[in-house]
Design a protein. Structure first.
Length: 209
């Protein structure tokens, strides 16, 4: 879709309870915080707005993003699960935005190519209103949502993302092969960080590799 205006909703509110005492988003990968990788991918991409959703250790999270032109919104109920952060973020999207990419702050391998692939695939006229990245046939994150789905995203409850809506609106889903395993890789535990550090994921990985 030409001239699509798209925002990023970057979720960085969680408690990192499975990671331990430290906030995983502040842990370094390749010498910069995990969250900084997500911010860099967003600002290298074609997105027009970035909304950072904070919660746990909000001041420290905001400090990572202080040199970026972003909107920061706080989710006071961040302990109740991811759905509240999605709602707070979506409600902050500018009225002239056509779609929003919900980006998880703990996926340091995501790059601009993945985001731009989703933006390029968005086409409501062809029924492509939910654009989902895949790697070797398996779906991952981040996911792009057309404005028509914003109200549904705001109705989510508990510690769940938009997966149930992807199932509910199957006809609106466009799968986008990204040739990048990063769409499956997040950091939940210290073991994840050790096993995947340093992160150096090729932008394109052939099916034969």
């Amino acid at each position: 879709m030409q001239n699509t205006r798209t925002a990023a909703v970057l979720l960085a509110a969680g408690c990192s309870s499975r990671f331990g005492s430290n906030n995983k988003l502040l842990e370094p990968v390749n010498d910069i915080p995990i969250l900084q990788h997500s911010l860099q991918a967003i600002f290298d991409s074609a997105l027009q707005q970035c909304i950072l959703v904070t919660g746990h250790e909000a001041a420290d999270i905001e400090a990572v993003a202080e040199n970026h032109p972003i909107s920061i919104v706080h989710n006071p109920d961040y302990r109740l699960g991811i759905s509240g952060s999605i709602k707070v973020g979506i409600q902050a999207v500018h009225e002239d935005i056509d779609a929003a990419v919900i980006v998880l702050g703990d996926m340091p391998g995501i790059d601009r190519h993945i985001i731009d692939t989703l933006v390029s695939a968005f086409n409501p006229g062809q029924g492509h209103e939910i654009c989902v990245p895949t790697f070797r046939g398996r779906r991952g994150n981040p996911v792009l949502w057309g404005r028509r789905l914003f109200s549904d995203l705001c109705m989510l409850e508990g510690d769940i993302g938009g997966r149930q809506l992807i199932g509910q609106y199957k006809e609106a889903v466009k799968e986008c092969e990204c040739f990048n395993e990063a769409v499956h890789i997040d950091i939940d535990t210290i073991t994840d960080l050790i096993d995947r550090k340093p992160v150096s994921i090729p932008q394109e990985i052939s099916d034969e590799s």
